[in-house]
Design a protein around this ligand. Structure first.
Ligand SMILES: *Cc1c(COP(=O)(O)O)cnc(C)c1O
Length: 373
């Protein structure tokens, strides 16, 4: 198991407590995942059923709350039955627990006692929860205007909070400075996080009878699920279980769509773009650290980007609620993208998700219902 800085053709032992290359570049994890359906089929229904595919050396270090193997429900979306993973069912209310369980297990294996992290909310909740389980000291950097329910949740787990009065990018910069002294349990920089989110791809494939869907419609802020799915489906191809990568369809809010703009301008690298406030706070990332990697993965899969307006997000949210599904407005952005995608590809097997629970966003939902939006 190695950490690689592809920009400089350097590799490091994964047991080294680094989260970025000494030159400041991104690190990826080189790890050979083993997947044997006949063994996996007999195990209990959580994401550690893929044990030999998860980069944690000793069982002794695993930090787990029995997470994963969320139901794959086929729900009628505009007249088409679409497979929706119920990722709002995780203990902290969003799929970020997939990344947190693997990253925190790795952190425990390194013997690290103190971590920092930054988040628009849900990644902070997940890291704070798993840090509490592992008795690791944790500080989460947040924007002052983070949803109160998420602030309460992070505090409840015993994490310290540093509020930054500024943009999401200002929060990221403050955390990078703190990360000079403490290990950065980042869901954008740290490659171990994606080796947790990749289990989404494994589960989708297993739940379809060890078959790949045609496409997967995913949110694209920092792209934790897009990168995870790219890794996960690649592992399944290498294991000979599926034969091709599903199309990765990436959804951004039209009010914050740096990657979609680069994709449609046919650029390999994205640039900073104008942004406006959006209900999809969880994917409002102006400068995604791995943005160029995400662009390349979507392209290579034959996928595409879709942007959704505020009205489309609200309509999708209302549609889900009217069917009995209470989700975060950020999650509704992905469903709005799914609706657009389904309209063009009626005969495909399409999988998407409810990424976060509605209970996370009571304030915004109350405003939404009183139609001040
Ligand atoms: C994190 C998150 C997303 C997706 O964000 P990425 O930054 O692309 O990983 C979507 N919905 C919810 C509820 C989230 O918490």
């Amino acid at each position: 198991m190695k950490l690689s800085d592809t920009a400089n053709s350097l590799t490091f032992e994964a047991s080294t407590s680094i989260w970025q290359s000494p030159s400041g570049h991104l690190l990826d994890l080189e790890f050979e995942a083993r997947l044997d359906p006949s063994v996996i089929n007999r195990r209990k229904p959580d994401l550690w059923r893929y044990r030999e595919a998860l980069p944690v050396v000793s069982d002794h270090h695993i930090v787990s709350a029995g997470e994963g193997f969320t139901p794959l429900l086929f729900i009628d979306i505009d007249g088409k039955k679409t497979g929706i993973k119920q990722e709002q069912f995780f203990s902290t209310g969003s799929y970020k627990d997939r990344g947190a369980t693997v990253l925190m297990s790795h952190i425990r294996s390194l013997g690290i006692r103190q971590i920092v992290q930054d988040s628009s909310g849900n990644a902070g909740c997940a890291i704070a929860a798993y840090a509490a389980m592992a008795s690791i000291d944790c500080t989460i950097y947040l924007q002052t205007q983070t949803a109160p329910s998420k602030i309460a949740q992070i505090k409840a787990y015993g994490a310290s909070i540093e509020f930054i009065d500024g943009s999401r990018e200002d929060v990221a910069e403050a955390t990078l400075i703190a990360a000079r002294q403490h290990y950065y349990a980042s869901h954008s920089w740290n490659p171990f996080f994606f080796h947790g989110t990749k289990t989404f791809a494994y589960e989708v494939c297993e739940q379809l009878g060890w078959k790949a869907p045609d496409s997967v419609v995913l949110p694209a802020g920092n792209g934790t699920l897009i990168i995870g799915c790219y890794i996960g489906f690649t592992d399944l191809i290498k294991a000979g279980i599926i034969s091709r990568m599903p199309k990765l369809i990436a959804v951004q809010s039209a009010n914050c769509s740096p990657l979609a703009q680069a994709f449609y301008a046919n650029q390999k690298e994205y640039s900073a773009c104008e942004i406006a406030p959006t209900l999809a706070e969880g994917i409002a990332i102006q400068k995604p650290v791995r943005g160029n990697q995400i662009l390349q993965m979507v392209k290579e899969s034959g996928g595409e980007f879709i942007t959704v307006t505020e009205k489309e997000i609200i309509d999708a949210w209302k549609d889900c609620a009217s069917k009995g599904y209470y989700i975060e407005p950020t999650s509704a952005a992905t469903i709005a993208g799914l609706k657009k995608y389904n309209a063009g590809y009626a005969d495909e097997t399409v999988i998407s998700l409810f990424s976060g629970h509605g209970l996370k966003s009571t304030d915004t939902i109350l405003k939404l219902l009183s139609s001040s939006y």
